[in-house]
Ligand binder design. Structure first.
Ligand SMILES: Nc1ncnc2c1ncn2[C@@H]1O[C@H](COP(=O)(O)OP(=O)(O)OP(=O)(O)O)[C@@H](O)[C@H]1O
Ligand SMILES: [Mg+2]
Length: 220
C-alpha cells in the first residue's frame, strides 16, 4: 500500500463538492422523475441537503473522517425531508462509524465504509433489491466495487466499475414495479419509469469515481 492510495479528508471533501454540483445540474431531472411516480420533490430535497453540506464544508476543520461523515449525515437528516433525507443521512452516519478516529482510509476500508452505509439504508428502509429504490443502484455498485478491488484494481478503476454497475442498476428500475416509498402507491402504474432515488444514488457513486480518479491522476 503506497501513501498515495490512502484517502484523506481532501478527496472526500472534493467528493461531496462534486456531488453537490451534480445534484444542482440534475435537479430538474430528479424532480421530473419524481413527478412521474412520486411527489416531484426529490431534486429539490437533494439540492437543499447538499447545498447545506457544501456550506458547512467551507468551515470543515476536522481530520477525523468519522466526524466528517457524521457531520454530512447529520446535515442530511436535519435538512432533507421525505424518505431520502433519513436514508442518505443513514448512509453517511454508518460510513462515519466505520471511519471513526481515522485520518486516512485504505481502498478496502473505503469500500467497507460504503458497504456499511448501503447496509444501513437497507435496514432503515427495509427495501430489497427489486423494490425499485436507491438500493437497486447501490447494491450492484457495491458488489462491483468489492469484486474489482479483489481482482487488484486501483480504487479509481474499482469505482469506475461500480459506477457502470450502478448505472445499469438505475436503468433496471425502469421496468420494475415499486414496492417501497411513495411510488408503491401507484402499483403497476409505477412500471416504465426510472426511480429518482436510484438516479441520485448512481450520481453519488459516479462522483466518488471522478474525485478519486482525479486524486490518483494528480498523485501519479
Ligand atoms: N423504503 C425505502 N428504502 C429505500 N429507498 C427508498 C424507500 N422509500 C423511498 N426510497 C427512495 O426515495 C426516493 C424518493 O425520495 P424523495 O426525496 O422524493 O422522498 P419522498 O418519497 O418524496 O418522501 P415522502 O414521501 O416522505 O415525502 C425514491 O425514488 C426511492 O429511491
Ligand atoms: Mg418525493
Amino acid at each position: 500500500m503506497t501513501s498515495t492510495s490512502m484517502l484523506g479528508i481532501t478527496v472526500l471533501i472534493d467528493w461531496m463538492q462534486r456531488y453537490a454540483d451534480k445534484i444542482t445540474e440534475h435537479e430538474p431531472l430528479l424532480t421530473a422523475l419524481d413527478a412521474e411516480i412520486g411527489d416531484a420533490d426529490h431534486g429539490i430535497n437533494m439540492q437543499r441537503g447538499f447545498e447545506e453540506v457544501r456550506m458547512r464544508l467551507v468551515h470543515e476543520r476536522t481530520d477525523d473522517l468519522g466526524a466528517f461523515f457524521k457531520s454530512v449525515g447529520m446535515t442530511l437528516l436535519s435538512k432533507v425531508g421525505g424518505a431520502s433525507g433519513p436514508l442518505y443521512g443513514t448512509l453517511f452516519l454508518r460510513m462515519g462509524m466505520v471511519a471513526a478516529g481515522k485520518r486516512t482510509l485504505t481502498p478496502t476500508e473505503f469500500a467497507s465504509a460504503v458497504a456499511a452505509g448501503v447496509e444501513g439504508i437497507r435496514q432503515r428502509g427495509s427495501a430489497r433489491p427489486g423494490d425499485k429504490t436507491m438500493v437497486d443502484a447501490l447494491t450492484p455498485a457495491i458488489i462491483a466495487l468489492h469484486q474489482a478491488l479483489d481482482d487488484g484494481a486501483t480504487l479509481c478503476a474499482a469505482l469506475q466499475a461500480a459506477a457502470i454497475a450502478g448505472e445499469a442498476g438505475m436503468k433496471a428500475t425502469i421496468p420494475m414495479q415499486a414496492y417501497k416509498g411513495r411510488a408503491s402507491y401507484l402499483g403497476p402504474r409505477s412500471i416504465g419509469h426510472q426511480d429518482p432515488g436510484a438516479t441520485s444514488a448512481f450520481l453519488l457513486i459516479q462522483s466518488a469515481a471522478e474525485s478519486i480518479c482525479a486524486a490518483e491522476a494528480h498523485d501519479s
